[in-house]
Design a protein around this ligand. Structure first.
Ligand code: GTP
Ligand code: MG
Length: 149
């Protein structure tokens, strides 16, 4: 059972899209195992986006991400990382297919409303960074109806 780190960025929170984004993951059949609102410090976000340090948009990205609360969450389920990314859509919302979260709710890359881990390894790193306290364990009521058990 795979886990991915998904976050609603400050623009998504400010625009009232937290519930909509959570609903999409719930409806797909994923299980929510961690959730909190965090107003992150720039230094923390520099850790989160460490692989992008040096990019011309990096300072703007840190400013954007620290401009308000982020809804941080961990979702669990089959192929969660790849499927989560597919549900978010392409990084640049203009290239995101309609039906994806960015393709339905965003227009520009610098305000693309959500984050998703890009690999199982980054998911593990990001979950540790954002949820050092760990995630919760419970049996999802829908488990046997969503998965072949
Ligand atoms: P995340 O899920 O947020 O990690 O996005 P991603 O994995 O689709 O893209 P990437 O990790 O390469 O970039 C991280 C974030 O930086 C993007 O989601 C954008 O918010 C921002 N970003 C990426 N490229 C650009 C760019 O060319 N210009 C601007 N302004 N922002 C960018
Ligand atoms: Mg990324």
């Amino acid at each position: 059972k795979e886990r991915t780190f998904i976050a609603v960025k400050p623009d998504g929170v400010m625009r009232g899209l937290v519930g909509t984004i959570i609903a999409r993951f719930e409806q797909r059949g994923f299980k929510l195992v961690a959730l909190k609102l965090v107003h992150a410090e720039p230094a923390f976000l520099e850790q989160h986006y460490a692989d992008l340090k040096g990019k011309p948009f990096f300072p703007g990205l840190i400013k954007y991400m620290s401009s308000g609360p982020v809804a941080a969450m961990v979702w669990e389920g089959l192929d969660a990382v790849k499927t989560g990314r597919a549900m978010l859509g392409a990084t640049n919302p203009l290239a995101s297919a309609p039906g994806t979260i960015r393709g339905d709710f965003a227009l520009v890359v610098g305000r693309n409303i959500c984050h998703g881990s890009d690999s199982v390894e980054s998911a593990e790193k990001e979950i540790k960074l954002w949820f050092p306290e760990g995630v919760v364990q419970y049996t999802h009521a829908l488990n046997e109806w969503v998965n072949e058990v």
